[in-house]
Design a protein around this ligand. Sequence first.
Ligand SMILES: [Zn+2]
Length: 217
Amino acid sequence: MLFLMATKRRTPPPAPSNRRAKPARSGTATKKPAARRAKAAQAKSRSGVPGLRVGHGYDLHRLEVRAPAGPGRPLIVGGVILDDPLFDRGPVAHSDGDVLYHAVTDALLGALALPDIGQLFPDTSPAHAGQDSSDFVRAAYSEISSRGWSIVNLDCTVILQRPKLSPVKDKIRANLAKLLRLDLASVNLKGKTHEKVDAVGESRAIEAHVVALLWKR
Ligand SMILES: [Zn+2]
């Protein structure tokens, strides 16, 4: 302490000039290390951030009168056929037209910035005509899994005016949980109407949004 005090008393004259001289001489030099440190910290935080990625999937299908009277397919959502005798419309699609499975597929692929469902499974390819869309979900799961990623949870919203989704919600959640090896509690599904307005509200279309959170194993 004494030594420090003594040196403090002695050092003031040269010290300010030294202290000032250094920043003055290396004004840009002091910024450079700081900038470098900030950059390094940023890089560190980027690599050190917990491995989390979020993905969003969206899909829409036009609804038309079901075959044989029209081009509509059976109305299938999350692997469940909504067979309402009072509702005669179904999706127009190259595959089976499962709007929810398509949105789930894109959410998973999107989280890792991978090519989307349309790029991986072109709707011009005869190979995918009438294809069971659970195959797309499995393929997306395989893509993320092979890269070391797992799913934390899914939050899904299906928007359709008719029929009601509530009677089959649990079945759809169970299908997704099984396909993606998740607990039921990690798969949420909300069914909404479109208040009878616009194409969805007039039962001319069906939509789905899905948000998926992934974590790096
Ligand atoms: Zn689709």
